[in-house]
Design a binder for this molecule. Sequence first.
Ligand code: WT7
Length: 637
Amino acid sequence: MSNYHIKNFEEYFQIYRKSVREPENFWGEVAEEHFVWRKKWNSVLQYDFSKPEFKWFEGAKLNITENCIDRHLMTRADKTAILFEPNDPAEPAQHITYAELSKRVNKMANVLKSQGVKKGDRVCVYLPMIPELAVTLLACARIGAIHSVVFAGFSSTALATRIKDASCKMVVTSDGSYRGSKTIDLKGIVDEAVAQCDSIETVLVVKRTGEAIPMEEGRDQWLEPLLDEASTTCEPEIMDAEDPLFILYTSGSTGRPKGMLHTTAGYMVYTAYTFKNIFQYKEEDIYWCTADIGWITGHSYIVYGPLANGATTIMFEGVPSYPDFGRFWEVVEKHRVTQFYTAPTAIRALAKENLDYVNKYDLTSLKVLGSVGEPINEEAWHWYNDNIGKQKSPIVDTWWQTETGGIMISPIPYVTPTIPTYATLPMPGIQPALMDERGEEIKGNLVNGSLCIKFPWPSMARTIWGDHDRYRDTYFSAFNNCYFTGDGALRDAVGYYRITGRVDDVVIVSGHNLGTAPIEDAINEHPAVAESAIVGFPHDIKGNALYGFIILKEFGETRLRENLRKEINQQITEHIGPIAKLDRIQFVPGLPKTRSGKIMRRILRKIASNDTSNLGDISTLLNPEVVEQIIAEVILE
Ligand code: WT7
C-alpha cells in the first residue's frame, strides 16, 4: 500500500489512522517518496500553538520548481504541462510542454533577476489568465522571490493596498485583458495604483490586447524584448523548507485584507498529495480547474499541485457565458477533459440556461467533477451530477480556505461514497474538531459546532504578512490549541462533515470571500453616509448577495436615493471591485445596537433574508424601536 495514492475506502481509513497516530512518519514517507530534495529535513514537524509557530520539514533544502518542472524533463519533456484556452474560441489553444515551460520559466526568472529582484523580494502579479501568469509565479519561485498575486478584477485602490502592505518591488501586468466580449485596461489600473506606492521600482508589461498604453520611462518595460534576450537556463535558488513561497490576500471580518503567507516544502507536499488523491489523477488525464490564479484555488490546483504531479493543467482565459453558455462544455469536449473543477456559483448560473447548451457537447471524457468555494446546494449538486456527470462522475465537494493552502475535507472519488452537500471526510493528516460555545470540543456524531483543526498540517499559512499578532488573534485565540476556521459544520451519524457556512462577518458572494467591514469602510467614505452595516442574504445564483443598511447624514436625505445607490456602489467598485457591489440598499433611520454599541448583525441578517418571524430577544437592544422601523420600510422599498 502506498501512502501517496489512496485507492479504496479501506485504504483511506488505514492511511487516515496512520496519519493521525504517526503524523511525522506519515508525512515523512510521503515527502521522501514523491519529491526531490537538495537536502533532507532534520525534523518533519515542530510546532507550538501558543506562539503560534509551525515548521514542517525543518532543515530541508529544495526548490519547488525543480519538483514542478525539472524533474519531469527526463520522462515528460514533450507532454503538455499547461494547456492555454484563450477567451476567444477562434484563437488557437496553446499546448505548452514541460520542456517549453522550463525554458519560459528560466527566461522569466533571468528577467526578474536582471531587473534587480532577489530572494525574499516581493513581486506583485496583476495579470489575466494567460500563460505568463503561471510562468511568473514559477519564475519567482525559481529565484526565491515571494509572489503576491492580486486578482485582476480588483480595483486600483485594492491593488495599491496590497502592494503597500507587502512593499512589493515590482508589478508584473499586461496592457489589457479580455473577459468575454469586454476588453479591460489593466495597465491603467496599475498606473493608478503604483502612483500611490513608493516601493515599486519596475512594472513589467506583457502584451496581450495590443491596445496603445502609456509607458513610464524608467519604470515600465515591455516583457517580450527582455525575454528574447534572456537565457533559458537559470540555476534554481536553493530554498529552506520554511522559506516563504507566496503571499495571498484574503478578506477578514474586520479591517484590512490579510496577507496569508505560505512557505515552500509543506505547501508543495500537501497540494501535490491532495491533487493526486482528490482528482484521482492519472498520467494521461487532462485536468481543468476553472478558477482564476488570483485565488488560492488557482495557486494550489492550477499551478503547484498539478505540475508537481507532472499533470496537464488547463488555463482558461474566458468566462462561462462567452460566446454563449455552452463554453465550458465546448472546452471539455475540445480537450477531452477528464477532471473538471469549478464553483457552485458557476453551476447555478449555467443550470438556469437551456440544457441544449450542455447536450450539444460530448462530455464522456469526464471522470471526476469538483466543487469549491462555498456550500453547494442540493439542487445545483443534482444538476451537476445528472447533466454534466451523467451520474457517472463522482462529485468532490472540496472544503478548504486560502489559509489552509490545500483541500482539507473532501470525498476521494471512487473511494468515498458521496452525499449531496456533504464535504464528507478529512484528508489524511487533517484532524477536524467541532467546538461548542464554551470552547469545548463536541465529541460524537450528529453534532454541530464551530469547525476547528486540532493538529497542524503541512500547507497551513504560517503567518499574516507583517502582523503575526493578528494571525494569532484571528485563528488561534477563539479556541485553545487549535486553528479556528471561521466556518460552522455538522457531523452526521457516520462522521461525515457538512459545512454550514461562516460564523463570522465574512460573506461568500459567488464564491468570493468578502469581509463586510472593508465594504462598510468604503461606503462610509461617501459624504452623504453616516453609518452602514452590510450583511449577506441568500441569492439564487451567487449563493449570497450583499444587503446594505445605510444611515444617511442629514443633507443626504435630500439627494435622490436612486442616484445615491449608484454612487455607493461606484464607491465600492473603486475601493474594492465590482464583486463587492450591494444587491440591495436600504436607507434606514438607525441600526439595531447592543448597549455596548455593537451592531446586531444577527437581526439585520434575518431582515435581509425576509425571515422576521422569529427575531429572538431584542429587548436588550439600545434601540429596539429601530427594528420595527426597518422592517416596515423593507416592504415599502
Ligand atoms: C471559505 C474560504 C477554498 C478555495 C476557495 C475559497 C467557504 C470553501 C467550501 C465548500 C462550503 C466552502 C468556507 C471557507 N468554502 N469551500 N466546499 N463548502 N464552504 O477560499 O476565499 O479563502 O474562502 O469558503 O466558508 O471558510 P477562500
